[in-house]
Design a protein around this ligand. Sequence first.
Ligand SMILES: [Zn+2]
Length: 166
Amino acid sequence: MILEIILFTQLLKPIPEQPVFSPIETSLQLPLGAEGIYFYNTKQYLCTDFDSCYHEIGHLVDHENDMISIENDFINAIEWYEETASLDDYWKILIYPFTKNNSCGIYTKGIDSRYIELYATILEKSAYIQMPQEFMEFYDWGRIMEELETYKEHLVNEINRENYTK
Ligand SMILES: [Zn+2]
């Protein structure tokens, strides 16, 4: 009976819900700094704390969903949000350096990767502040929840970028 009630409640939910984390979960941190890296060739990632792991999960689900972050629908949603949000809006302030051409210099092998980084950064920050409804549809929440079950396996003490970026 209890199970049935839970299932019924889930059916009533009109939109996907983002995960809610306890302070204990988000305080997970290894001592040697916070960094992460995602490998597009193997779909693997390494990370050194909760924030960097969640960020790299963003890159993973973006990649698995054919790079939603560089599609016009996502970029248009970001630009529209930036135009319409109030000046002191948390997300507008977060977005600003990413949308301004040449202002933050996020380039990967000569390719403009600003929106790729923004996509992962929005997911990362949503652990603490509710993601705007306008962005929710671009994230594969089922996959994110699944990956969160096992992300601790990807934690490492330190990432030496010189060993990984050739
Ligand atoms: Zn990133």
